[in-house]
Design a binder for this molecule. Sequence first.
Ligand SMILES: *[C@@H]1O[C@H](CO)[C@@H](O)[C@H](O)[C@H]1NC(C)=O
Ligand SMILES: *[C@@H]1O[C@H](CO)[C@@H](O)[C@H](O)[C@H]1NC(C)=O
Ligand SMILES: *[C@@H]1O[C@H](CO)[C@@H](O)[C@H](O)[C@H]1NC(C)=O
Ligand SMILES: *[C@@H]1O[C@H](CO)[C@@H](O)[C@H](O)[C@H]1NC(C)=O
Ligand SMILES: *[C@@H]1O[C@H](CO)[C@@H](O)[C@H](O)[C@H]1NC(C)=O
Ligand SMILES: *[C@@H]1O[C@H](CO)[C@@H](O)[C@H](O)[C@H]1NC(C)=O
Ligand SMILES: *[C@@H]1O[C@H](CO)[C@@H](O)[C@H](O)[C@H]1NC(C)=O
Ligand SMILES: *[C@@H]1O[C@H](CO)[C@@H](O)[C@H](O)[C@H]1NC(C)=O
Ligand SMILES: *[C@@H]1O[C@H](CO)[C@@H](O)[C@H](O)[C@H]1NC(C)=O
Ligand SMILES: *[C@@H]1O[C@H](CO)[C@@H](O)[C@H](O)[C@H]1NC(C)=O
Length: 456
Amino acid sequence: MMLAPVCLMITAAATLSIHPGRSVFFYYETVTLSCAVPGSFSSWTMKRNTSTKSSVSCETWGQLNGSSCIIKGVYPSDSGVYWCESDRGECSNTINIRVTTGVILESPAVPLTEGDSVTLNCSYKEKYAKESTSNFSTAFYRNGAFIGKRSEGRLMLIHVSKEDEGFYKCEHPTKGESPENWLEVRAAATLSIHPGKSVFFYYETVTLSCAVPGSFSSWTMKRNTSTKSSVSCETWGQLNGSSCIIKGVYPSDSGVYWCESDRGECSNTINIRVTTGVILESPAVPLTEGDSVTLNCSYKEKYAKGSTSNFSTAFYRNGAFIGKRSEGRLRLIHVSKEDEGFYKCEHPTKGESPENWLEVRGDDDDHDVAAATLSIHPGKSVFFYYETVTLSCAVPGSFSSWTMKRNTSTKSSVSCETWGQLNGSSCIIKGVYPSDSGVYWCESDRGSAATPSTSE
Ligand SMILES: *[C@@H]1O[C@H](CO)[C@@H](O)[C@H](O)[C@H]1NC(C)=O
Ligand SMILES: *[C@@H]1O[C@H](CO)[C@@H](O)[C@H](O)[C@H]1NC(C)=O
Ligand SMILES: *[C@@H]1O[C@H](CO)[C@@H](O)[C@H](O)[C@H]1NC(C)=O
Ligand SMILES: *[C@@H]1O[C@H](CO)[C@@H](O)[C@H](O)[C@H]1NC(C)=O
Ligand SMILES: *[C@@H]1O[C@H](CO)[C@@H](O)[C@H](O)[C@H]1NC(C)=O
Ligand SMILES: *[C@@H]1O[C@H](CO)[C@@H](O)[C@H](O)[C@H]1NC(C)=O
Ligand SMILES: *[C@@H]1O[C@H](CO)[C@@H](O)[C@H](O)[C@H]1NC(C)=O
Ligand SMILES: *[C@@H]1O[C@H](CO)[C@@H](O)[C@H](O)[C@H]1NC(C)=O
Ligand SMILES: *[C@@H]1O[C@H](CO)[C@@H](O)[C@H](O)[C@H]1NC(C)=O
Ligand SMILES: *[C@@H]1O[C@H](CO)[C@@H](O)[C@H](O)[C@H]1NC(C)=O
């Protein structure tokens, strides 16, 4: 009996990458595919499927160099799906390549992770031209909807989220549209801790939980302590689903914890310290500007059952005294970047706690929103027929990543180009009509809106 070869996607430990890091190429570009495998590459092969042939290895279509395969000068016949495969039928991720001419959108060949930033390039090249160009006014679309115009063919997506996923295309002013590319955004893995602090007393129960994209089965929770590196939950805790529970922590549990996938992807890390005496309980994960938090100064003797915060306490930030409390609680309301620093507390007789780093992350989006302002000239909201109205948008940085939009009774989210005349960061309506009544705003690539203004 003859069995058809089956490529099983089991150990995803092999990773195929591509250089340049995109999925659409022009004729004659040089493309390098590289395969990172566990152990030696000798039992692995790089393969591809094209429209005409299946499962053909590098030797026949590229130049093998170590664990890389180089195609010097791609043709449309190189369009297809590429992967690495072991003798045992294990497979890497796959990468799709398309070779074309005309207008293309350069987008990443591998999925992005939430929080990544990327520049999508709209490029144009005639078949026999030497170089491609992106130096033309370009309109970008996601899922068929217009998302913005740029004077050069570059669209920057900063800190992508799941909502940025979709089919993207771009449009050259005279040469037409690019084919659509799928931009995939994967959720990031997140490690959280309960109770939500970073310093613990002896014998406390600590639960670490890992939220991952997809199934937890290909993930492991790990830790580094002062004595051992990269040890998984099974040896130091009790695994329960995607959580790891330590029942009764000891100083030897002090260390850095994280989740890691078979493919080497990692979550955020959390530091834990286990001690006795005076401690400052502060959050284990960074705060975001605007959050509120209570820092607790607690004291516990090694063999005592409970800890107490019922004592007069002095608090310090970066070594400077910031206040005294009759109970060991310091409430920080709506933290800002200035609240970041090393905090410690002092018990009246038992001494000081170790210092804890309190991290406060800025929210770039909020800054954009606060800083972008839409103004109107003349400065009123009700106009007569045929008056000229100028709307101006003051934004942080360059206006190129911003669009002025409006909602009217008939159409939503329409940008200036279709109802006004764009001049720098202003949009002029020469002779308003009742159909211009509506709400106007400025919006960035990332969707943050400036203060809307209404006009009737
Ligand atoms: C390659 O082609 C073969 C035969 O058509 C098919 O069985 C296989 O699933 C394809 N592999 C990929 C990764 O698309
Ligand atoms: C093969 O790879 C090595 C090291 O990565 C590099 O120095 C060399 O130039 C490559 N050879 C070719 C033909 O590209
Ligand atoms: C777009 O072009 C910029 C500048 O040349 C480059 O750094 C970036 O990697 C390109 N993006 C893609 C997806 O190829
Ligand atoms: C882009 O094109 C404009 C007008 O065609 C030209 O003035 C400018 O120098 C070009 N910029 C680059 C970087 O090639
Ligand atoms: C854990 O320890 C290993 C070996 O010392 C090191 O390579 C790795 O970066 C450490 N991981 C973290 C998250 O600190
Ligand atoms: C494991 O998790 C489940 C649900 O999350 C919970 O009901 C159960 O008590 C946990 N088991 C242990 C031993 O903590
Ligand atoms: C401090 O104590 C309060 C009340 O017990 C609790 O709600 C809060 O989460 C504690 N703060 C930290 C950082 O553990
Ligand atoms: C805190 O301590 C004071 C004096 O030692 C005592 O009167 C008070 O009841 C204590 N409060 C709590 C909540 O334990
Ligand atoms: C514009 O209309 C869309 C669709 O109805 C709506 O989601 C959006 O909130 C509106 N924007 C404003 C600023 O009113
Ligand atoms: C565009 O703006 C410039 C400077 O703000 C101004 O001098 C010019 O007249 C404006 N163009 C139009 C068509 O209004």
